[in-house]
Design a protein around this ligand. Sequence first.
Ligand code: FPP
Length: 240
Amino acid sequence: MDGNGRWATERGKPRSAGHIAGVETAKDVIANCVRLGVKYLTLYAFSTENWNRPADEVATLMGLILTELKDELFVKNNVRMRWIGDRSRLPQQVRKHLEDMEEETSGFTAMTVSFAISYSSRWEITKAMRDILWEIKNTNLTFNTVDDNDITEETISQHLETYFMPDPDLLIRTGGELRISNYLLWQIAYSELYFTNTYWPEFEEKELHKAIADYQQRQRRFGKTEEQVETENNTAHEKQ
Ligand code: FPP
């Protein structure tokens, strides 16, 4: 959700105004994704590196989490909320609020929206490696009893923050920057990427539809040839 700061600065407003407008976009995108039948939406709201921003900007963002991520939003849309990120770094009140929201919305089924807050992919992968090591140490007497093949790609995926969701089909970055910024690096191995110059506060419904229409034009080959994919698709259609 990039471009909040520039959106505000270009309008002569403080950066916080951009984040406030950005929250409204996030709410609209959640509702629109439910309408479109999206099952998992993940929003990058605050990176591990964002802790280095000026204290007042961090305080604004923490405040918005408390005041805007409320149960009405999730109840109205029948959406389950989850939080991915380093829980140890959040102020106690914010952490408790997010954990309460996760619990209160755990029965909602239309879509799961995950907020990446105090998240970075390298932190997540490092943590997963440590957790795997801890499990090996605590379930076996020596490393010698663990076979190399016990650790698979699935083992790693299951130890990431995103263990409960499939890999993303589509990654959208607003705000014109052409980089990934430490986001879901493992999970986006075969995701389709969509970059737009539109700032996040202006990422309206039609922009979301444009991104999805663009995605629908892509041929996802997962390393196979065009011919192989077409043959597979034809066979699948014949079976239907
Ligand atoms: C990046 O834009 C955006 C963020 C660091 C914050 C994103 C947060 C929101 C949209 C609010 C969501 C919060 C809730 C509670 C749902 P930037 O500030 O880096 O923009 P810039 O690159 O133009 O400076």
